[in-house]
Ligand binder design. Structure first.
Ligand code: FES
Length: 103
């Protein structure tokens, strides 16, 4: 059964992105112009923190080898990444950030 888990505060998101611990995994939460989005912070190619990459037009560029991912879906958009990163539903309630677990 899926459930919403609180990972942090909306006020933690002072930049466009902040990394939170979600069930023991680092997840990057992004504040885009149309809402909040969450994806696994570790690149699907190697061990790099996507939150340290450049955000451009709803995409994040991995800081290590430059693979692009769609922030809204986690889809890999360019090499060398050949796999997506996981994305999670986000909700904000009373200033708290919640991510949804899988069913
Ligand atoms: S670690 Fe991200 S593209 Fe290589």
């Amino acid at each position: 059964m899926s459930e919403w888990i609180k990972v942090g505060l909306e006020s933690d998101l002072t930049e466009n992105v902040c990394v939170f611990d979600f069930k023991g995994k680092p997840v990057a939460v992004f504040n885009l112009e149309d809402g909040f989005y969450a994806i696994d912070n570790i690149c699907s190619h190697e061990e790099a923190s996507l939150a340290e990459g450049e955000i451009e037009d709803g995409k994040i560029e991995c800081p290590l080898h430059g693979a692009m991912f769609d922030i809204r879906t986690g889809k890999n958009l360019s090499l060398p990444a050949v796999l997506p990163v996981k994305s999670y539903p986000v909700k904000i309630e009373d200033g708290n950030i919640y991510l949804k677990t899988e069913d």
